[in-house]
Design a binder for this molecule. Structure first.
Ligand SMILES: Cc1ncc(COP(=O)(O)O)c(C=O)c1O
Length: 451
């Protein structure tokens, strides 16, 4: 039996009984024991694990650890113990933050103005600069009042879902998904509905697939291009088709544009509310400085949406965190008001590594690796290696195969289980060229032994 325990005994709350039936029942203290009773039938349940206070709420105990951060931590611990581990897990640029941004933060540290709280929504000049940057980079015209500055794109997503979703609202989630989406949707009471894609379509979801997954409970679509984990970039015509479909269906779209500047070859990033301007009233754009300016640790992101939604999200934000660190906001102001030279240099390096990694992985028997068009991840299928004998073991899942790669080759990858699609690996190419080549060679050598 599951339920949300009311704040105090004798208050009622909905409880889910074994078999899926829902009753409104009271939570009572009887003889020092916690029991649940439904007044209508005056039946008392005190069995299935509810006789004790749960130390962690049902809501939070359902959250799984971030697999990407867990792989990173395990590999770094091995490295600290002296093992020469190559880590393909990182979701962050391997470049330092550009000097002029660091200098702006240094200066802000010395100024009294940056020692206090800022308005909850963010420094007014930063909100203005984000609006100006959005016009410059995406041709999307928004007011500063439509911008909420958050602790990274992650918090922008969390606050967007919390602001838009009611319990039971369904959210369409193209899969493979970035590992944080389903958790923050569920925390907001929403129900993630996976829309499965694979390498045969370059991991792109079609309108038909989305439509088939849509029900009268669907409220929102999560859209991310370029994608983490697949590196897929939707062509403009498909972005527009999906936007028009969402508009007709009356859905909200949360479009995550955090990798907007990391696109390669012929791929272009296009912003959905620019291609479908009528969608703007039901669209939230999420973005941040982390990937474009190598600023993952500074924790500055934002959401852009209709003014009423941003106002409501700002109320939530004001109680959750007051404001983003003032000095970090000063750094972000220098970043978004400056040029895009540094990201151009990073993009050139990522592009080179992307081509090297795709070619090397494609040469490994048992691996199929589509060429990513954006972000800094390859997402190969490793299904051809499952069920085969490798150093005396027979991995049947990508999780097991990743564990063997870590133990036997000292190479850390994130298994597809973290992104809702077992049978794949995610490898970040945000690491030095030599390490990249050495790591993939180690994998090739190990997997060549698969019987
Ligand atoms: C698709 C996507 N969105 C949002 C984020 C959040 O970035 P941050 O919270 O570091 O700004 C990430 C980070 O990995 C990401 O990959």
């Amino acid at each position: 039996m599951y339920g949300v325990r009311p704040a105090r005994p004798n208050r009622t709350a909905p409880w889910l009984l074994p078999g899926g039936k829902c009753v409104v029942a009271s939570w009572l203290l009887r003889g020092g024991k916690c029991v649940v009773a439904a007044p209508a039938s005056s039946r008392v349940w005190d069995d299935v694990g509810m006789t004790d206070f749960k130390r962690v709420s049902a809501r939070v105990s359902g959250i799984t650890e971030s697999a990407t951060l867990a792989v990173d931590a395990a590999a770094k611990a091995m490295r600290a113990a002296g093992a020469p581990v190559i880590i393909f897990g990182a979701g962050e640029p391997d470049f330092p933050t550009p000097a002029h941004i660091v200098e702006a933060a240094r200066e802000a540290c010395g100024l009294r103005k940056y020692h206090g709280y800022t308005p909850a929504g963010g420094l007014p000049e930063l909100r203005e600069a984000v609006a100006a940057k959005t016009l410059r980079d995406s041709r999307y015209a928004v007011q500063a009042s439509q911008v909420l500055i958050t602790n990274g794109g992650k918090q922008a997503l969390y606050e967007t879902f919390a602001t838009l979703l009611d319990p039971g609202d369904e959210v369409l989630l193209p899969t493979p998904y970035w590992t944080t989406y389903p958790e923050s949707i569920r925390l907001a009471g929403g129900v993630p509905v996976e829309v499965l894609t694979d390498e045969s379509t370059g991991y792109l979801a079609s309108v038909d697939q989305l439509d088939a997954a849509c029900t009268d409970r669907t409220k929102l679509l999560v859209f991310v291009s370029p994608s983490n984990p697949t590196g897929a970039v939707y062509p403009p015509a498909q972005v527009e088709a999906i936007g028009r479909w969402a508009l007709e269906r009356g859905l909200w779209v949360v479009t995550d544009e955090i990798y907007e500047h990391l696109v390669y070859g012929d791929a272009v990033h296009s912003s959905m509310p620019v291609l479908v301007p009528e969608l703007a009233d039901r669209c939230v754009v999420v973005n941040g400085v982390a990937k474009t300016y190598a600023m993952t640790g500074w924790r500055v992101g934002w959401m852009i949406g209709p003014a009423d939604v941003v106002k409501a999200a700002t109320n939530l934000h004001s109680h959750a965190t007051s404001n983003v660190a003032n000095v970090s906001q000063a750094a972000a102001l220098a970043a978004v008001s400056g040029d895009l030279v540094a990201v151009g240099q990073m993009r050139a390096a990522f592009d080179r590594r992307r081509r090297t990694m795709t070619a090397m992985l494609s040469d490994i028997e048992g691996i199929t690796c589509p060429e990513p068009q954006g972000a800094f991840y390859c997402y190969p299928s490793v299904r051809g290696l499952l069920g085969r004998t490798l150093r005396g073991r027979v991995p049947s899942t990508s999780l097991e195969l990743a564990a063997i790669a870590l133990e036997e080759a000292e190479v850390a990858v994130v298994p597809g289980e973290a992104f809702g699609t077992p049978g794949y690996f995610r490898l970040s190419y945000a690491l030095g060229d030599d390490d990249l080549a050495e790591g993939v060679q180690r994998l090739a050598k190990l997997f060549a032994e698969a019987g």
